[in-house]
Design a binder for this molecule. Structure first.
Ligand SMILES: [Fe+2]
Length: 170
């Protein structure tokens, strides 16, 4: 059994991870519409990762005999006006996800819920990767994206990303 507050926070996080999947799907669709299929591919894979994160949080609740409460997922309402903006939105979104995970970690720490802290360790590390990856897209776009050939090469590079399932086993 887990603490009720922790369960509520994890349920909220499940919704947030699924919303994250929506955010990246929206970004992927924007790039696909702009014929930047490499960028679209990268963000579509990001969508799969977020769905996996939600699944991991769900598995953790199930593993501990707790109820999962699925609620409405908000639709993203972005109106992108340039190729750089979605990457910035992605980075800023990841910073928010990091804060949400740290919030659960903080609550677990307060009540000495070592099990949840250990479970969250993987996510804490994952978030530093997520922030780095999205920040890198912005920086590489700033370096190469303003030139048609550079943008083409960057798009080709992002097209090479393949989906790898998470390494965390519940
Ligand atoms: Fe995530």
């Amino acid at each position: 059994m887990l603490n009720k507050e922790i369960v509520a926070k994890i349920n909220k996080q499940i919704n947030f991870e699924l919303y994250s999947a929506y955010v990246y799907l929206d970004i992927s669709n924007y790039y696909a519409d702009q014929n930047l299929n490499g960028f679209a591919n990268w963000f579509k894979i990001q969508t799969q990762e977020e769905r996996d994160h939600a699944m991991l949080f769900m598995d953790y609740l199930l593993q501990n005999g707790e109820k999962i409460v699925l609620t409405d997922i908000k639709g993203p309402s972005f109106e992108f006006t340039d190729f750089r903006q979605p990457a910035v939105e992605a980075f800023e979104h990841e910073v928010k996800v990091t804060a949400a995970i740290h919030d659960i970690y903080g609550a677990a720490y307060e009540i000495k819920d070592f099990r949840t802290m250990q479970f969250l360790d993987w996510f804490v590390k994952e978030q530093s990767e997520e922030e780095k990856n999205t920040d890198e897209i912005i920086k590489r776009y700033d370096l190469f994206g303003n030139d048609a050939k550079g943008l083409y090469l960057l798009d080709s590079e992002l097209a090479a990303r393949v989906y790898t399932p998470p390494t965390l086993v519940i």
